[in-house]
Design a protein around this ligand. Structure first.
Ligand code: FNR
Length: 390
């Protein structure tokens, strides 16, 4: 059992030696801190949402409308945040969300994230749009604390041989759960990126996994190292532009032995279809407001989805989490665990591996203390009654 709240004492004690944290401990201010140091292209890519940013804002507003009602004299001194989701044991119900192209914010990118995740024992979900190969990230995730916990996120290629090859590499590299992202079969109208004409992929960033893949390379006349433009031109139709249907899911089941989680669910009927399709979990997510502008806040649909399918598969949540209290709210509304995106990416931008560690430790300390001070010892004690809508 890890006492994440202990980070508070550590920080105050360091203050006796005139040391302050490397950057803010307030997850809601990380974006502002990162904006001051990041290049405009990468900053816009991380911070931006789709269209006019309505869903990006809605995700935050939904958390702000929802308030915790603290309970007293419950002896919440000793807390246990640990949990097991789909066979993966984790020290807290928190995973690092799949985030592609991390090298645009720091040269060490996903390697730094994988090292920090291993140090903390927090599971990471590796994106198909990683800047480093599956094997390199897996090696970095084998930290001094032992092997990390890693899940693999798939952007489903429009080429079965490439899909099969990537899945077998992920399995061989120790990724245990497959997270299939459904909401980004093509990029949304991302105005912040369009206004700067900035897209990492056409610069060959975020293509390391296919470019190192034997099945993908077999379809090229020259290697990506010899002819990067031709490789990018093949990457585009392989990974974007074609949506799939529910009846294709058995193909993945055939080629992946572990649990499968569908990411991007926002409608109760889609959650039920995931159950009918024999899926093991879903992530209630709107991709952090980066895909359908004007879509509902992810938190607003969580209660109805958790009520409909929470007994049938693992319900995870993301989109808009910035603080410990946000996590308490999502857990209270029925999430078994949450994924956190931008906060750790800003940590990466601000301080590489140390920055990810500080951002995630701050979030977990805030979660631990907020859980206890609101009268709870475990996340299982949370329920919708913990909250009030204002
Ligand atoms: C993402 N997200 C994402 N999701 C995914 O399944 N594969 C991916 O490659 C990416 N890439 C990506 C890049 C960047 C820069 C961001 C900010 C997000 C979405 C991510 O997994 C998650 O759904 C959101 O980030 C959650 O919202 P918050 O926590 O960022 O508000």
């Amino acid at each position: 059992m890890t006492s994440f709240g202990g980070y508070q004492n550590e920080i105050y004690l360091q203050g006796l030696g005139d040391q302050v944290p490397m950057f803010t401990t307030d997850g809601s201010r990380l974006e502002e801190a990162a904006r001051a140091t990041m290049e405009p292209g990468p900053f816009g890519y991380v911070a931006g949402g789709a269209g006019a940013g309505a869903t990006l804002r809605a995700n935050r507003e939904a958390f702000d409308r929802c308030r915790i009602v603290p309970r007293m004299l419950t002896d919440a001194t000793k807390r246990d945040l640990s949990t097991t989701v789909l066979g993966t044991s984790m020290p807290a119900p928190v995973l690092l969300a799949p985030v592609g192209v991390q090298s645009i914010v720091h040269p060490d990118g996903e390697l730094a994230t994988a090292r920090a995740a291993a140090e903390l024992g927090v599971p990471m979900v590796l994106s198909t749009a990683s800047s480093y190969s599956i094997e390199d990230v897996a090696a970095a995730n084998k930290g001094s604390n032992g092997d990390g916990q890693r899940w693999y996120q798939l952007y489903w290629p429009n080429d079965d041989d490439v899909t099969i090859s990537i899945l077998s590499r992920a399995k061989a590299a120790g990724f245990t759960t497959l997270v299939l992202t459904l909401d980004t079969w093509t990029l949304a109208w991302r105005t912040v990126d369009l206004d700067q004409a900035y897209l990492p992929f056409i610069r060959g960033i975020g293509t390391a996994i296919p470019f190192s893949d034997p099945a993908f390379r077999a379809g090229l006349d020259k290697s990506p190292e010899e002819d990067p433009t031709a490789a990018i031109l093949r990457w585009i139709p392989t990974f974007t532009g074609t949506d799939k249907r529910w009846d294709r899911l058995p193909f993945l089941r055939e080629h992946w032995e572990g649990p499968i989680v569908l990411k991007g669910i926002q409608h109760v009927d889609d959650a039920r279809r995931a159950v009918d399709a024999g899926m093991d979990g879903i992530v209630v997510s709107n991709h952090g407001g980066r895909q359908v502008d004007g879509a509902v806040a992810s938190l607003d649909v969580l209660p109805e989805i958790a009520a409909a399918v929470g007994d049938d598969l693992a319900v995870l949540f993301d989109s808009g989490i910035r603080t410990g209290s946000d996590i308490v709210k999502a857990l209270a509304l029925g999430a078994q665990a949450v994924l956190v995106g931008r906060p750790f990416v800003y940590g990466l931008a601000l301080g590489g591996q140390d920055g990810v560690r500080h951002a995630v430790r701050s979030l977990l300390a805030d979660l631990d203390l907020t859980l206890g001070l609101s009268g709870h010892r475990t996340s299982a004690e949370l329920s919708p009654d913990t909250l009030r809508q204002s």
